[in-house]
Structures are given as C-alpha cells and as structure tokens.
Design a protein. Sequence first.
Length: 182
Amino acid sequence: MIGTPGRILDMVSRRRLALSRVQLLVLDEGDEMLDAGFAPDVERIIEMTYQPQIVLASATMPEWVSRMITRHLDDPVRVVVAGPAEETLEHGLLRVSRPEKLRTLSRLLRNHKGSAIVFGRTKHGVRKLSRDLRNLGQGQPVAERPRSDYGRLSWAADQRPGGDQRRRPRARHQPRRPGDQL
C-alpha cells in the first residue's frame, strides 16, 4: 500500500486496510512529510502496526526527526548515500519574458554538463515543454508521473560523447477517484 498518512488512516477507518500485519513501513521524504504536519498521523500508523521494520528516507535529519526516530526505532542504523553538496553548487534566478523562456532554458541545458530536472506546473505544460525541447535537440526528455498536482520533466542532459541518454521507465498513472489524497 502506498499513500499519504491521511489516506492510509482513512482506509483503516473504513475497514479497507488493516495494519496489524505490516512488516515494512517506509517513510519516503520523511523530513518533509513530518514537517508538513503529518507527524501525528505517522505516529498513529506506527502504533497500529506490530513491530515493523521502519525505513525513513530523508534528505535532512533535523533534531525533531532524530527525536522521533529515537522514540520509535530500536537500534537504528544510519545509511548515508551521498556526501555533502559540492561547494561549487550555484543557485540563481533568471527573469525572462514568456517568449524567451524556451530559448533561455534550452541554452542553459545545452551549456550544463550533467543531469537536470525541470519542474512544470501542469501535465499539459510539461508535455509541451518536453516536445519543444526535443525539437530543439535537447536529449531525450521523459515525462514522469505527476508529483502532487505538478508535472515533472527530467532527462539526462549530459551531451558529452558516450553520455548517458537512457530513458527511465515511466510510472503508470492510476486514475483518481473523488476524495483520493494519493
């Protein structure tokens, strides 16, 4: 079962889901989920399970997340997948007119060596941007399943000879029903 804490609790309350036999509980982006106010719901879900293995994937580990881990996990193991961000990492903001957006993005991607992720506001806008970038020769864009209500476009932007241009498999979209919070 994959879902938001609220959706999972809703299914439990409607007796569509039982958590007593859950053996593995994964909290993806746990820091953000718990920071968004889901901590009480997550704690209720943990209390409904019987000693599951708990995996918390998190980009950051604030003190309050560490306290929750101490409260609910026995003998936790910390796995660090990546080191700190490079010191050369730059952030910036470019203000461009609407007609110049595609050309500016294309130029940025062409000059950037490595991978890039571009977020879009709607699925339609992401599909159009994907098509427009492909027409401009920008690698092989892959439209991903929407994250929340936003579309996401990602691709390998490494244009060096032998660069990685493999397509990633698409997630299958499941139709939503009214009231679904997934």
